[in-house]
Design a protein around this ligand. Structure first.
Ligand code: FE
Ligand code: FE
Ligand code: ZN
Length: 281
């Protein structure tokens, strides 16, 4: 059963107080899913995982009818960097993150494909898929999600075609999908405001909508195609409130966890969660 209002909605939370604490915080926020960084987003350090805390969170999620969590890999992880030490650091992070996620079977782990830093897109795609094939394993409980990117600098994953090429090389076919970030997709040039159906049809043709497993639900500070990646609060950016509402209500996206990554304090997230739930009524 989906959330009472027919959508899973939540925001990023900090894991600093533990895992079950995030579930309780999201209950207070009025949502029914959430995201968290598996390690300090800039630094790369992890929090020790207490198995009892993990079990308590799993029990809470089941009891409260939460949708899948969307854990987010570190920004410092660049699996396709030109620098071999940076790449190797990324492999270690990915392997450890996926091992830790086995405490939460059935949930999602999303990460940024990275930047090829001058090697070219083809080389980037090969390095990313090689890294995934090293770290993913038969019988794993987590589905790994590639995030749609804004395509700034030498970022890989700024087009549906690039994501598809990575996915085609991944051996664990059933455990790879996409996290659709509305700000990034807009900044990459896809017209979510003017032609949502066209964008989703395009996604379906290139990747397949069944592989779109989660949404990062953000407005954008910049115009379409700007390749900037600056998130904005719902309705205060260039995508606009009405277009964001159409995304939330689109039947092709029903049942996916929607994660707010908007520049907000707690009160702002609570308001946006309420706003999205109001749309569903
Ligand atoms: Fe992200
Ligand atoms: Fe995102
Ligand atoms: Zn972003």
């Amino acid at each position: 059963m989906e959330g009472a209002a027919g959508i899973y909605i939540g925001c990023h939370l900090s894991v600093a107080k533990g895992y079950e604490a995030m579930g309780r915080t999201m209950l207070e926020f009025g949502g029914n899913t959430f995201a968290f960084f598996t390690r300090n987003p800039r630094g790369g350090k992890t929090r020790e995982l207490d198995p009892e805390d993990a079990a308590a969170l799993n029990a809470l999620l089941a009891r409260e009818g939460f949708g899948p969590m969307v854990a987010h890999g570190s920004y410092t992880m660049n699996l396709c960097a030109a620098n071999s030490q940076t790449r190797a650091n990324g492999w270690v992070m990915l392997e450890k993150d996926l091992a830790r996620m086995e405490r939460f079977p059935g949930h999602f782990y999303n990460f940024h494909s990275g930047s090829h830093t001058g090697q070219g897109v083809e080389a980037g795609i090969r390095l990313i898929s090689d890294a995934l094939n090293r770290a993913m394993f038969p019988g794993m409980g987590t589905t790994v999600l590639l995030e749609t990117m804004a395509g700034k600098g030498s970022e890989v994953g700024g087009s549906f075609e690039e994501l598809r090429e990575i996915m085609d090389r991944v051996e664990q076919r059933g455990r790879i999908g996409v996290c659709f970030d509305t700000c990034h997709t807009w900044d990459a040039g896809y017209d979510l405001a003017g032609d949502l159906d066209g964008v989703l049809t395009r996604f379906d043709k290139v990747i397949g909508l069944e592989r779109l497993r989660a949404v990062h639900f953000n407005d954008s500070k910049n115009e379409r195609g700007s390749r900037k990646d600056r998130h904005e609060k719902l309705g205060q950016g260039r995508i606009g409130l009405e277009a964001m509402r159409r995304v939330a209500l689109h039947p092709a996206l029903a049942g996916r966890p929607f994660i707010l990554e908007t520049p907000n304090d707690d009160a702002g997230y609570i308001r946006e969660i309420r706003q999205v739930l109001d749309w569903m009524e």
